[in-house]
Design a protein around this ligand. Structure first.
Ligand SMILES: [Fe+2]
Length: 197
């Protein structure tokens, strides 16, 4: 998956959906960088563990605590509609993937922390766990962009959106909006240095 299909204009999108879509673009960029870093690790280059940990910190704190819960709230209302009955397996799949992604991130973090403490044997596992995490994230974003969002858009009414907008406290992105330099120093520098990639 590249950024091109994600960046395609989607017409008049609901603000909430547009925000989620923007999160996906940012997340996809981060996953490309993560994957680039894993290539460097497998090529035997010095591993930048701080950077990898910060990437995970961002994904765990923002994506898991703000992005996915928002999607869950929107999906819950959308998939409850009568006309969405046949899409129940899709709803169950994306909900399960949200929790699987948390598990994969935890495994990756545990391996990374072990490798940082000098457990040499874990370097190879860092790559395996990292690639596993990147692959599911990418596939999950694709599924949401291609199947879930269009369905949600087609089924929710103006009233549903107004209600959701009022209910959801969508947190501010601490990396792409607020640039929290205390928390994401290595990552902000890295993103700036790799702006054109
Ligand atoms: Fe998402």
């Amino acid at each position: 998956m590249g950024l091109a299909p994600l960046e395609k204009k989607r017409g008049d999108m609901r603000p909430l959906l547009e925000k989620l879509h923007k999160d996906h673009i940012n997340l996809a960029r981060l996953l490309d960088l993560m994957s680039h870093e894993l290539d460097a690790l497998s090529a035997g280059h010095e591993a930048n563990f701080d950077l990898k940990i910060e990437m995970l910190d961002y994904i765990e704190h923002y994506a898991e605590q703000s992005h996915h819960p928002t999607e869950d709230q929107v999906n819950k209302v959308a998939f409850r509609k009568k006309s969405m009955k046949e899409h129940k397996p899709l709803y169950e799949r994306i909900t399960k993937e949200h929790s699987d992604l948390i598990g994969l991130a935890r495994n990756y973090r545990k391996t990374l922390e072990g490798a940082m403490q000098g457990e040499v044997l874990l370097r190879e596992e860092v790559e395996t766990r990292g690639r596993e995490f990147v692959a599911l994230q990418r596939q999950h974003i694709d599924l949401e962009e291609q199947e879930v969002f269009p369905l949600v858009e087609s089924v929710l009414s103006d009233k549903d959106w107004q209600k959701l907008e009022a209910e959801i406290a969508h947190g501010e992105d601490p990396l792409f909006n607020r640039q929290d330099y205390n928390r994401f120093r290595s990552l902000i520098d890295y993103l700036q240095a790799h702006e054109d990639e």
